[in-house]
Design a protein around this ligand. Structure first.
Ligand code: ATP
Ligand code: MG
Length: 240
């Protein structure tokens, strides 16, 4: 099985080499847990270290906010975009009903997202894709059956493409991972990021599932800093 580097220090080791190539991984967690940063680290790593172009689709934030937030981790996304190695898709503006000057825009609509991804993968040779978040995408549909059907369709299409995809998914604090009852099952892997321990406010990361891979199952300490993101496979969690 081919592997793709995760961009997170320590995580390749936890997974025995990285994500399985060309699969879809769900990144779930509550608000502010670090999901978007985790997903961006994967794209930036691909562009800077592996020469693998990437696509980021944002439904929850304007791209200018994503770019500004990324700078606090030392990632200059605009530069990667201007070099044609990263494509940022604005799925937020039309959803919010505001004007946008972004080069790539799409509606909150799964067929449109799929068409956009297929053409961009071809255009820039993308090998890594992030959809942030599928929660926003599914919540745009008002019927539960349709939400499940559309998530399944998106997963099936992504699996048929030759890129590795991270799908970000919002989780209510201490609730089920699957908000729509299907996303945890259809993904080939599930990673949960959260913060625990009210006193110390530490973040944790847990690989809940990774089909075809023997991996550490425990909740591991996870830190985000301007030097990068890191998990500590050998450390135990203590509430300091
Ligand atoms: N330079 C930095 N170093 C360490 N932590 C940072 C830095 N910049 C931001 N953060 C932390 O990252 C958090 C945001 O992370 P991120 O946006 O990835 O979370 P998220 O899970 O995607 O949130 P949401 O559910 O709102 O989309 C901030 O709340 C802050 O705690
Ligand atoms: Mg986010």
């Amino acid at each position: 099985m081919q592997r793709v580097s995760t961009g997170i220090f320590g995580l390749n080791e936890v997974l025995g080499g990285g994500y399985p190539a060309e699969r879809t991984i769900l990144v779930a967690g509550p608000a502010g847990a670090g999901k978007s940063t985790f997903a961006l680290a994967f794209l930036v790593d691909g562009v800077l270290r592996e020469d693998e172009p990437g696509i980021y689709v944002s439904f929850d934030e304007t791209l200018d906010n994503v770019r500004a937030d990324a700078l606090s981790f030392g990632w200059n996304l605009a530069e990667l975009e201007s070099e044609g190695r990263l494509a940022m898709v604005d799925g937020f503006s039309r959803r919010a009903g505001v004007q946008s000057n972004e080069k790539y825009q799409c509606k909150l609509e799964i067929d449109e997202v799929i068409t956009m991804l297929i053409s961009l993968i071809d255009n820039i040779g993308a090998e890594r894709v992030v959809i942030d978040s599928i929660t926003a995408l599914a919540l745009g549909l008002d019927d539960e059956v349709l939400q499940r059907k559309e998530i399944l369709k998106l997963s099936a299409v992504m699996s048929s493409l030759t890129c590795t995809t991270l799908m970000v998914s919002e989780m209510k604090e201490d609730a089920e991972i699957s908000r729509f009852g299907v996303e945890e099952f259809m993904a080939q892997g599930v990673i949960v990021v959260k913060y625990v321990f009210a006193k110390s406010g530490r973040r944790t990361l847990q690989v809940r599932k990774m089909r075809g891979v023997k991996h550490n199952m425990t909740e591991l300490p996870f830190i985000m800093s301007s030097k990068g993101l890191q998990v500590f496979p050998e450390e135990t969690l203590y509430d300091l």
